[in-house]
Design a protein around this ligand. Structure first.
Ligand SMILES: [Zn+2]
Length: 265
């Protein structure tokens, strides 16, 4: 039994401030990551989280404790539990907010972000959503994954914006980064930090392949009736998660439409 995740300092550059929004989808809550190069006076905040003034004040307190100020805010994607407070946090800090797409100072794959010696690379990891980004902290072989890889359980492909083919490509890209040793640890958007990045990504790919095969078999038995397939394939998932399981299922049916023989891994 591992201890409950409550955020806190994880590496010499990364501290998590846990937002007070626990739930079936958000696990213990959203992880707001504060990244600071040791000795630096400027830091980067990833995912300020839901619009909760007390949470934002706690983030600023953590930043202030190290004598730093926020120079840049990044979003892993636009879902409200990560990004709802972005505009307000921008007001509080005066720092720019960057993300992929609409209304932001847009980031793209391969962009390098340098803040007082802190060196981050943008890794586009679409699939959970089309705008999902991960951030590579190469100095620590750490990848911040948002909702692409979580600290516990598995992630959802938020169909129709999310797309399974893209998600699988993103997981394979992260798997390659773990294989080369470029990434050894994952700092997720929800749940505890993952010390075995390679193991968790392998588990994610296996889980996706297993689910897809279950869906393919269920469709062969029952036809592509979404609710019938949902009952067969997601019987192990609590009922409160069925609305999101339905989205993942839709994403898989979509995928099987164009890849009728499944994954072939
Ligand atoms: Zn999300």
């Amino acid at each position: 039994m591992t201890a409950a995740w409550g955020g806190g300092t994880v590496t010499s550059r990364a501290t998590c401030v846990l937002a007070p929004n626990p739930g079936a989808m958000t696990l213990e809550g959203t992880n707001t990551w504060v990244l600071t190069e040791p000795g630096s006076e400027r830091c980067v905040v990833v995912d300020p989280g839901p619009l909760d003034e007390q949470h934002l004040q706690r983030v600023l307190e953590v930043v202030g404790l190290s004598g730093a100020r926020v120079a840049l805010t990044l979003l892993t994607h636009g879902h409200a539990d990560h990004a709802e407070s972005a505009a307000r946090f921008g007001e509080l800090t005066g720092a720019p907010v960057r993300a992929l797409g609409s209304g932001h100072d847009a980031l793209g794959d391969g962009d390098r972000l340098m803040v007082d010696g802190l060196d981050l690379a943008v890794v586009a990891t679409p699939g959970h959503t089309s705008d999902s980004l991960s951030f590579l902290l190469a100095a620590e072989n750490v990848l911040l994954t948002g909702d692409t890889v979580l600290g516990r359980g598995t992630a959802v492909v938020a169909w129709p914006d999310g797309e399974l083919a893209a998600y699988l490509r993103s997981l394979e890209r992260i798997e390659a980064m773990t294989g080369s040793g470029e990434v050894t640890q994952i700092l997720p958007g929800h749940g505890p930090a993952v010390a075995d990045a390679a193991g968790v990504v392998r588990f994610y790919l296996e889980h996706r392949a297993d689910r897809l095969e279950q869906v393919r078999a269920a469709v062969a038995r029952r036809g592509a009736d979404v609710d019938g397939v949902l009952e067969l394939v997601y019987a192990d998932v609590p009922a409160e998660l069925w609305p999101v399981a339905r989205l993942s299922l839709q994403a898989q049916l979509d995928y099987l439409h164009t890849h009728p023989s499944g994954l072939g891994r």
